[in-house]
Write a protein that binds this ligand. Structure first.
Ligand SMILES: CC(C)(COP(=O)(O)OP(=O)(O)OC[C@H]1O[C@@H](n2cnc3c(N)ncnc32)[C@H](O)[C@@H]1OP(=O)(O)O)[C@@H](O)C(=O)NCCC(=O)NCCS
Length: 279
């Protein structure tokens, strides 16, 4: 049994699970789950348990300042599967009153193996709107530190930062390593005005950027490979500013080849080399 006092940060309005200042259901569930962890006393040193099922009825609201006791009893064990009967009582001055009861299931797992299997080295997924500013900053920082900027630096930095503008016609992907935003690439949809070199049927990627402190860890390669996977059987194309050898080497390593006839010049003094998976 564990005891708590309902505080400001435990309420539904604080946790966002509602808008009233009483004990939030998710906080109560967390306390009940904590009770199940405490009730599992005979785990091996390398083992831990994870919650897999929660079936709880929250019967009564608990105000700020109420004391709450959460209890769990192991009622069934089948190998690694453990089922607990859980209950919570609050006291607002009239003695203990039942506020919740139900059942929680946990499974015993090897701690290290579980963490390893649930934690990929790199997560690559579409960017969310709330990440656009950070993606823009990352692109600007990476291009400034690398050789991806042309002589018209100001204009291009503005373009790099304006992630919202490219999401209208493109798919912006982000890469996370250990919870940190470390890379991004933009896939240009067919027919989009953002296309630099893509012809009909080709998939182009642009704005490839990896945070400078994460260079050389294969994140750029993983981003190109993700673009290729999403392109399916369509040829993948891109352009590289002449002289940007790290990017050119990366694309060749990923399986693209230079296509000199498709090199182009979007402005005075700017020469872009074209690369494709299907020259
Ligand atoms: C170009 C860019 C995207 C490359 O990103 P990256 O994550 O460093 O790329 P990778 O790690 O896959 O590859 C880079 C180098 O690290 C090496 N590398 C990759 N994984 C490695 C590892 N695990 N251990 C050691 N080296 C590794 C690669 O062999 C490669 O070496 P090379 O350049 O000598 O061939 C990055 O430098 C960048 O953001 N530059 C600025 C913006 C830019 O120029 N964008 C491209 C515009 S077209």
């Amino acid at each position: 049994m564990t005891s708590y006092v309902v505080a400001r940060y435990d309420t539904a309005d604080a946790l966002g699970s509602g808008d009233v200042p009483v004990l939030a259901t998710p906080r109560l569930i967390a306390w009940l789950e904590a009770a199940t962890v405490t009730a599992l006393t005979d785990l091996g040193d390398d083992d831990t348990s994870v919650g897999t099922r929660v079936n709880v009825e929250h019967l009564m609201a608990s105000p700020l300042g109420a004391s709450v006791e959460a209890t769990a009893d192991l009622v069934h064990r089948d190998g690694r599967l453990c089922r607990f009967a859980v209950a919570a009582h609050h006291d607002v001055g009239d003695g203990p009153v039942l506020i919740a009861h139900g059942e929680i299931t946990r499974v015993i797992v090897g701690r290290e193996r579980f963490i390893q299997r649930s934690t990929p080295d790199l997560i690559i997924r579409p960017a969310l709107p709330q990440e656009w500013d950070a993606v823009g900053d990352l692109c600007a920082v990476a291009y400034s530190a690398g050789s991806g900027l042309s002589s018209d630096t100001d204009f291009y930095l503005h373009t790099l930062r304006d992630v919202a503008a490219r999401t209208v016609e493109c798919d912006v992907l982000v890469a996370y390593a250990e919870g940190e935003l470390v890379g991004s690439v933009t896939i240009v949809r067919p027919g989009a005005s953002f296309a630099d070199v893509a012809r009909e049927g080709e998939v182009e990627f642009r704005f490839m950027a990896v945070a400078p402190h994460a260079w050389g860890r294969g994140i750029g390669l993983a981003l190109v490979q993700e673009v290729m996977a999403r392109a399916g059987t369509s040829p993948v194309v891109c352009s590289v500013l002449e002289g940007n050898e790290p990017a050119a080497r990366l694309y060749v390593r990923a399986g693209l080849v230079p296509v000199p006839p498709r090199d182009h010049s979007p402005g005075p003094g700017i020469r872009l080399r074209a690369f494709s998976t299907a020259p």
